[in-house]
Design a protein around this ligand. Structure first.
Ligand SMILES: [Zn+2]
Length: 258
């Protein structure tokens, strides 16, 4: 059994980066042999490139997130484009809209979101999306700018109705450790309705430690907690969850090896 963590922030900040070697070693010990490292600013991308070079099975995604704190956005965008040209990046993400917070106004968020979608189209790469309290604008924008392309809703916490709209557009949905939370009743119902060939799993580490690891810092080696919960909800065994989510990740991110 092997796992694919479709969303982790291994080089989120200096602390994460300094711990990354241990974190990746523990992940490999738990058969998490592929991880997508999400690089949301210049620092994360710079260190992410080093980790990618150093370890087999570490892949990079990069984009401006909805609430970017990057001070040098122009340089960040240039670095993303350079990495794209050098084929160092396998997905644009995470990008999207987050109306729960208002650190960045909605007009600016939309502007950068559309810009990232254009980048994905230009380089023919899938997009990893972060959406919170913004589904209506999200659907409007993808229907206009990103039709019939590969897209993943990361850390899905929407309701059944929005999950259906996502599936109608043939997009993928990734579930994080949130599905293991005792109070995640509605999300557990969403899991039951999403077909297996559209599901990916992720840790979103170092955030969102699963129920059994609460209080600890999350890391990719905990991905099996989410797989275990999905197995219960789907009434299948954990090997099947590991297998279909792994295969879905390979096909979404165009990774040819096994
Ligand atoms: Zn994330």
């Amino acid at each position: 059994m092997k796992f694919f963590d479709s969303h982790a922030h291994l080089s989120f900040d200096e602390k994460s980066y300094l711990e990354a070697d241990e974190v990746i070693t523990r992940a490999k010990e738990k058969n998490v042999n592929k991880i997508i490292n999400i690089c949301s600013d210049l620092y994360a991308l710079e260190k992410g490139l080093i980790l990618k070079e150093k370890y087999k099975g570490i892949y990079l995604a990069s984009a401006i997130p909805p609430h970017s704190e990057e001070k040098n956005l122009e340089l960040f965008l240039e670095s993303i484009e350079k990495a794209l040209i050098e084929k160092q990046i396998i997905a644009i993400g995470e990008t999207g809209l987050d109306y729960y917070y208002d650190f960045v106004d909605r007009t600016t968020q939309k502007k950068y979101f559309i810009k990232q979608l254009e980048l994905a189209k230009k380089y023919d790469l899938p997009v990893i999306i972060h959406i919170r309290d913004a589904f209506d604008d999200f659907f409007e924008i993808v229907d206009e700018y990103y039709k019939n392309k590969k897209l993943l809703l990361h850390c899905f916490t929407g309701d059944k109705e929005n999950a259906k709209k996502v599936l109608d557009r043939n997009f993928y949905i990734s579930f994080s450790g949130i599905v293991t939370f005792k109070n995640a009743k509605n999300l557990k119902e969403v899991v039951k309705m999403v077909p297996l060939d559209k599901i990916l799993i992720e840790t979103d580490s170092p955030f969102l430690a699963p129920q059994n690891k609460r209080g600890k810092k999350n890391e990719p080696s905990y991905i099996s907690e989410t797989a275990k919960e999905l197995a219960i909800l789907k009434n299948i065994n954990i090997e099947e969850v590991a297998n279909f989510s792994y295969q879905n990740s390979l096909s979404l991110f165009n990774i040819l090896c096994s």
